[in-house]
Design a protein around this ligand. Sequence first.
Ligand code: HEC
Length: 153
Amino acid sequence: MIKKIVLGLVVLLIVFQFFRIDKTNPVTNPANDMFVVEKVPQEVQQIIRTSCYDCHSNQTNYPWYSNVAPVSWWVKHHINEGREELNFNEWGTYSRKRKLHKLEEIEEAASEGWMPLSSYLIMHGDARLNQQQRKKLSVWAHNLRTPSQIEEP
Ligand code: HEC
């Protein structure tokens, strides 16, 4: 009985591998890139590239385990959802209202520390934001949505 169940699971896992995720990165119009549109400072660009780009841009680096179903489906789901919520490469297409809302969310995500997703950090330790990076990102987002309201610390 146990033997049959194990065999069934193995067969299922093998069948899963035929359902591969689409890893082609969408084409980006460079004119809509937030880094260009908002003249984002280098240090902030660096933080966003390292910690956010895999899910919030069209320039995803797919890790090796994205080749293994069913983990790959879960990874792809995060990327789709992340891009839908906030795509730094599509920034120029957002309305002013949406931009301001997203900046508020970025500020919160950085200061409260709920991004990057904790599941992502297990395999991407270098993406974890330290205190200084969190502060830098949140102050930058804050300043951008409320110009000249607050001074850089
Ligand atoms: C592993 C993928 C992943 C990474 C890396 C990641 N995010 Fe996210 N992010 C998501 C997903 C999925 C959502 C949507 C679901 C949710 O809110 O949990 C999201 C939602 C958000 C939202 C909410 C948008 C809204 O309007 O509600 C913000 C803001 C955000 N992320 C900012 C960031 C920032 C800033 C970073 C880098 C410091 C980052 N994320 C890194 C996957 C990711």
